[in-house]
Write a new protein. Structure first.
Length: 214
């Protein structure tokens, strides 16, 4: 058993570390990499990111993973312990925000695929605010996060831990200009996964005899 208790990590991960003999290695990671707030380097990193992956769950623990994107700085660092990002008008489902209204724990993963090829996990407790309410508390919030789009809500995160996602398996990507016109051969988003099949789509595989309906 490790002789260096840590405030970081779940009971489940610590139990598995003991069972698999990784507790000392994990403790070194906690000691060297995990912080209870943002370092200056983390703040700078978040300030230039254009995307973030979200992990939420509802009150029953049923999970959802999602994605947000915007111009650099759309996730706004308020201070070392706090950040906020806008929720813009979407499909109206509000899956992530709905989960946070039941279970405020939020995991965020920022990944730099194009420059330094590294990631940053930020976990904490979220709270939902209207634009007017959060701006009254934090007047320094950016006023034009995405030109022509106003936030329906802000997600305010009180940070509990932040730590690295190492570069070993992060692919190197290159930014390219978006095509000016929509490709007519590509189904529109609303039909991409659930609409009628495109003429160029391959025919579905014939099921094996043992799985055919009887």
């Amino acid at each position: 058993m490790s002789s260096h208790p840590t405030p970081f990590g779940s009971a489940g991960e610590h139990l598995l570390q003991q069972q698999l003999g990784t507790a000392d290695r994990a403790q070194r990671f906690y000691d060297q990499q995990v912080r209870p707030c943002l370092t200056p380097q983390m703040r700078e990193f978040i300030g230039r990111q254009t995307m973030v992956f979200l992990a939420t769950s509802d009150a029953r623990g049923e999970c959802d993973a999602s994605f947000r994107a915007g111009p650099p700085g759309f996730v706004h660092v308020i201070d070392d312990h706090t950040l906020a990002y806008p929720e813009f008008r979407g499909n109206g489902v509000l899956a992530s925000a709905g989960n946070m209204s039941e279970n405020p724990h939020l995991g965020m993963l920022f990944v730099d695929f194009t420059r330094d090829r590294i990631g940053l996990h930020v976990n904490g407790v979220s709270r939902l605010y209207t634009d007017t309410t959060l701006r009254a508390l934090h007047p320094e919030l950016p006023s034009d996060v995405a030109p022509g789009r106003g936030p329906e809500l802000w997600v305010h995160l009180s940070i509990e831990e932040a730590y690295i996602h190492c570069s070993k398996y992060i692919p190197q990507l290159a930014q390219v200009p978006q095509p000016a016109l929509h490709d007519p051969a590509r189904p529109k988003d609303a039909h991409y996964f659930t609409g009628p099949r495109h003429a160029a789509d391959p025919a579905p595989l014939e099921p094996a005899p043992w799985v055919r309906a009887r």
